[in-house]
Design a protein around this ligand. Sequence first.
Ligand SMILES: Nc1ncnc2c1ncn2[C@@H]1O[C@H](COP(=O)(O)OP(=O)(O)OP(=O)(O)O)[C@@H](O)[C@H]1O
Length: 209
Amino acid sequence: MLRAKSLKHIYTNGFSLSFKDWEIEQGDSWLLSGDSGSGKTTLLHILTGILKPTEGELIIKDTPVLKLSSRELDKFRGQNIGIIFQRPHLIKSLNIKENLQLAQSFAGLPVDNKRIDAVLDSLNILSKKNNYTDEMSQGQLQRVSIARAVINKPALLFADEPTSSLDDKNATAVIDLLKEQSSINGSTLIVATHDKRVKDVFTKIYNII
Ligand SMILES: Nc1ncnc2c1ncn2[C@@H]1O[C@H](COP(=O)(O)OP(=O)(O)OP(=O)(O)O)[C@@H](O)[C@H]1O
């Protein structure tokens, strides 16, 4: 379902990163591992269409992602890829429900309030759907980020260092939640982290050397 071949990125200052080839099958759960500064975020940004690599090929669900126009790419990403960033990317002037409605519209999909309620319920924050982001705790905000990422049932669910700032108990809880949500939504999970505590939970590891 995802094939990355000969990916290479050269930053404007000349710093260059090359990535070994990667094939991801549907239903896999992958750990993207590597030391700090090895290129995990760079690779994650390439695979999610946020960063265009200097060279290489990226096929997701038979679509040559790097050949899409920016408008096509936005739509493709909205429908097929969910991303949980290190910090929540939510719009402060919208409440939680409206943030999720926006994620549906942005992907070119109709607003589906039943779906929004079901996702918020599965994450135990349904009662907070009319709250604004500054009326939520950090843990609740992280669950809203997960809700936003899975709202369109993405084929691929990516998370960038979701546990780095958490204690052992909460780190385990977040990984369990990501696994549960990827299973409910039929998404393939890829978690980038250098957090050694979560390594055992994944069936496959892509190591950046
Ligand atoms: N805009 C940029 N211009 C030049 N070099 C960059 C840029 N962004 C990142 N880099 C370099 O690319 C390398 C990989 O960075 P990246 O953020 O992908 O690493 P990472 O593995 O995610 O690190 P961490 O675990 O510390 O978050 C680093 O050496 C970094 O200095």
